[in-house]
Design a protein. Structure first.
Length: 359
């Protein structure tokens, strides 16, 4: 039997970006229910005939394409993450997929001068733009992805598009602080104040402990010795690809404390090639990670707990040293741990929550 090609599939299915009710700018193009859509968060993703890696590949999707999910299935493998999604043509493992929504926002009218607010991306992805006298408005790469968190400091008129002429938020990026760039305001949700309210602040810092088991890929949080939270995580992939010239990708074991916290952090490389956080990059094939959410640093070298918008493969080592968490769980840890975020939602060094990392 003749196998269907990728081109044939797109023709008959209509599952293009527009078919999934996501325009880069305009809401309301169709009534498609996007309550369960995933973005391909890796170079390519095979669709297999059955929910197992041993099954034949029927077709492939590619980075940033959006796929509608018909059903979630728990299979027998892989043991650490046995969830597969049924899609058109077969099954995809959820490990390198990013569950997304399309929620357009009502932009705020202004931001007081000298103030930075915090906002997250509420659509699958949006393209930031920068302006220069020499070249005018230019798109930047990579996109800003759903769930990533950013500082915004102004509401301005950005580039006028054929399908969007509304306000844009000016983004402050501590890594590219000399470069101004913008994102459509309807694509960003200004975070409410209650997302920064500390959890159980009355518990003394010395009575809170975060434990990470690198063998089981589990994280536990304790108050007064009693378990109050647990989840599976993704630590660093064991090894040192730098050959001893840089920071190993292995998450260090030992006893630490939370040093600093910031709700939005640019990791990897800047848009213009400047490297940051050394080899603590969180994705082997994506070296630019702006807006890493809810980052809580626990070593001076930059190891941190943080939210993750580039995979759903918790239970296996995935990072270049940091502790990857689901974004909502990283937010919980950010609010629960000490030091407490203050003044502009950036924490100062102080008596931090104990972190114990072991095998």
């Amino acid at each position: 039997m003749k196998r269907i090609t990728r081109r044939d599939f797109l023709k008959i299915s209509g599952l293009t970006l527009g078919g999934l009710a996501f325009s880069p700018f305009l809401p309301g193009l169709t009534d498609f229910d996007d309550s369960f859509v995933v973005r391909i968060a890796t170079k390519d993703m095979p669709v297999r005939k059955a929910p197992t890696d041993k099954s034949r590949i029927e077709l492939s999707w590619y980075r940033d394409e959006l796929v509608h999910i018909y059903e979630e299935i728990t299979a027998e493998e892989p043991k650490h993450n046995p969830v597969w999604y049924r899609v058109w043509g077969g099954y995809m493992h959820r490990g390198r997929l990013h569950r997304v929504r399309t929620i357009y926002q009502d932009p705020i009218k202004s931001i007081p001068e000298g103030t930075r607010m915090v906002a997250d991306i509420s659509v699958p992805y949006t393209t930031p733009y920068r302006y220069s006298k020499a070249y005018g408005w230019q798109p930047m790469s990579p996109p800003l992805y759903y769930g990533s968190v950013h500082f915004i400091d102004a509401v301005e008129q950005g580039p006028v598009m054929a399908d969007y002429d509304g306000p844009w938020y000016r983004i402050f990026d501590e890594l590219d602080s000399n470069v101004t760039y913008y994102a459509p305001a309807i694509h960003m949700r200004v975070l409410p104040d209650d997302m920064f309210v500390p959890i159980s602040p009355d518990v003394p810092y010395e009575q809170k402990v975060i434990e990470v088991n690198l063998t089981t890929q589990m994280l536990f949080a304790y108050e007064y010795g009693s378990l109050v939270f647990q989840t599976n995580i993704s630590s660093g992939v064991p090894g040192d690809p730098t050959g001893g010239t840089g920071i190993p990708t292995t998450t260090p074991a030992g006893k630490f404390t939370i040093l600093d916290k910031v709700p939005a952090k640019h990791m990897g490389y800047s848009y213009f090639g400047e490297q940051t956080t050394g080899n603590l990059l969180a994705d082997v094939d994506n070296y630019v990670l702006p807006g890493v959410p809810w980052t809580s640093f626990f070593t001076p070298k930059g190891h941190a707990f943080h939210g993750t918008y580039w995979h759903e493969n918790f239970g296996a080592p995935m990072s270049h040293g940091c502790i990857n968490m689901r974004t909502n769980e990283a937010s919980w840890l950010f609010r629960w741990s000490r030091p407490v975020a203050i003044e502009g939602n950036v924490a100062t060094r102080g008596l931090g929550t104990t972190v114990e990392v072991h095998y």
